[in-house]
Design a protein around this ligand. Structure first.
Ligand SMILES: Cc1cc2nc3c(=O)[nH]c(=O)nc-3n(C[C@H](O)[C@H](O)[C@H](O)COP(=O)(O)OP(=O)(O)OC[C@H]3O[C@@H](n4cnc5c(N)ncnc54)[C@H](O)[C@@H]3O)c2cc1C
Length: 466
């Protein structure tokens, strides 16, 4: 080790707990700084580590789903979060749901019992000295956010503004046409859904009447003019959208040779064009309402939704532009980032990012090469998102769950179930190839990866941190 001074991890949430645990397991001393119990974000209730602020579900455990693959890979790398989840699992069909108090208490116990982790309660308001991992989450305290902004400038966002994403092979290409406005650029990056006047007026009426999500008490609906929810624009006047995100100018519909009355533009979400987002359609409509209303758009009658839109209070970095490949700040390489603050979305995705950042800090400290699992694995696919590799150059960066659109596409046309199997078996095979290069033991696949029955302890409990 080139330097054995303690590594400061700020935030004992999902990402910070996993990162601290993995760093200690790799032989590093860690100072884990958590503002609780002296201060709590508006979403946190308990003093425990790894608190689940909303649902108690870590989503599907099906190893052929992208999230299920992530569960399996995290179990194989000895994740403390997944071990605690398996130990406190409650019945929930194929979802991995947990008894949240027992789960958080287990994580708190394991980390507090470690001889290499020193827990320091109290809010961090200034950037500490030395190597630091920021795992302070979507509700990073204001003081620290301000201190961070001095390093990041405007590329630190406070709200996510997520537009829905539709699967490419569910778009009706007899209606949607490829074009860029006035044919600028190569026109390949956009698909366009044309609406005539009646279709447009019906659509605007549905947006105005659609049911919206009620924001959390701490989320005052402060919208940025440049990023207004589509239903807020619709409510401002019937023609507003047709002069805004749905303006038809410069987009000639090859079927009519004319500009439509209005257009919904779809932009490629991933380089392979397997997923497309509805440009400018960030929204607070509920998910069922989005499926109902956006499903009426010409060309989207058979839409399969990869991700629904949302607008959340969410502090996150423009990671593809700010972070180096080892998840450290280009402007200040001793500062690393993990979890939701990097622009991943979700308990398990934040945990996974905590694991990846631990590997990166370990490589820096031991002057070895940081080699995350390949992009064909779920861990690697998330890494492709945070580094921007999964997205077309220059694409706006927004948080995401782990979805297949982050993986390099599997070749060949195949039905959905076969495609899921193809993604899963390729991921497992490539993870096996990567495993021997990991700086820690990796558990064998999948026997250990198939979820244990309810309440059974995971087959290979992760050894307590020395
Ligand atoms: C309201 C809300 C509901 C959500 N619901 C879900 C859901 O149902 N399912 C899901 O998968 N994801 C959900 N998420 C998204 C996300 O998965 C979680 O926020 C997840 O907890 C993020 O993990 P993290 O480790 O990045 O941050 P967190 O788990 O939030 O951990 C960050 C930790 O840092 C601490 N901290 C913050 N600032 C400081 C400071 N200055 N000094 C010291 N400590 C500090 C906090 O107290 C906290 O313990 C939700 C997010 C929000 C905001």
């Amino acid at each position: 080790m080139t330097n054995d001074s303690p590594i400061t991890v700020i935030g004992a949430g999902l990402a910070g707990s996993e990162c601290a645990y993995q760093l200690a397991r790799l032989g590093h001393r860690v100072t884990l700084r958590e503002q609780k119990p002296h201060k709590r974000s508006p979403a946190h209730q308990s003093n425990a580590f790894a608190e689940l602020v909303c649902s108690n579900s870590m989503r599907s455990d099906n190893p052929e789903s992208a999230i299920g693959m992530l569960h399996a890979e995290l179990r194989r790398v000895g994740s403390v979060i997944l071990a605690a989840a398996d130990a406190h699992r409650v019945p929930a069909g194929d979802a991995l749901a947990v008894e949240r108090e027992g789960f958080s208490a287990e994580v708190t116990r394991r980390l507090s019992a470690s001889g290499r982790i020193t827990v320091v309660p109290g809010e961090v308001t200034e950037i500490p000295e030395g190597d630091v991992v920021f795992a302070t989450g979507p509700l990073t305290s204001d003081a620290l956010t301000a201190a961070l902004a001095r390093f990041t400038g405007e590329k630190l966002y406070f709200y996510d503004a997520i537009a829905p994403i539709v699967a490419g092979d569910s778009i009706d290409l007899t209606v949607a046409f490829r074009a860029s406005r006035y044919d600028k650029g190569d026109g390949a990056d956009y698909l366009n859904l044309p609406l005539d006047k009646e279709e447009y007026q019906r659509f605007v009426k549905a947006l105005c009447e659609g049911q919206k999500v009620t924001p959390h008490a701490f989320e005052e609906p402060k919208y940025f003019e440049g990023c207004l929810p589509v239903e807020v624009m619709a409510a401002r006047g019937e023609r507003v959208l047709a002069f805004g995100p749905m303006k038809p100018v410069g987009l000639t519909d090859p079927r009519t040779g004319r500009w439509p009355y209005a257009v919904v533009q779809l932009r490629m979400e991933d380089r392979a064009g397997t997923a497309w987002n509805l440009v400018g359609f960030q929204t607070r409509l509920t998910w069922p309402e989005q499926k109902r209303i956006f499903g009426t758009l010409p060309g989207l009658q058979n839409a399969e939704w990869v991700r629904m839109g949302q607008i959340h209070r969410n502090t996150f970095l423009d990671s593809p532009r700010l972070l180096a490949p080892d998840l450290s700040l280009k402007a200040e390489p001793r500062l690393f980032f993990a979890g939701q603050i990097t622009g991943v979305e979700g308990y398990v995705e934040s945990t996974a990012c905590g694991y990846l950042t631990a590997l990166a800090v370990h490589a820096r400290r031991t002057q070895t090469t940081f080699a995350p699992p390949p992009g064909t694995t779920a861990l690697g696919a998330l890494y492709r998102h945070v580094t921007g590799e999964a997205h077309p150059p220059g694409a706006p960066y927004q948080p995401t769950n782990v979805v297949y659109a982050l993986f390099p596409p599997v070749e060949g046309r195949m039905k959905k179930p076969e495609k899921r199997q193809a993604y899963a078996s390729r991921s497992r095979a490539d993870f096996d190839v990567w495993a021997p290069s990991a700086p820690h033991p990796v558990l064998p696949a999948p026997a250990l990866c198939s979820p244990p029955p309810q309440h059974a302890v995971a087959a290979e409990p992760v050894a307590p941190v020395p």
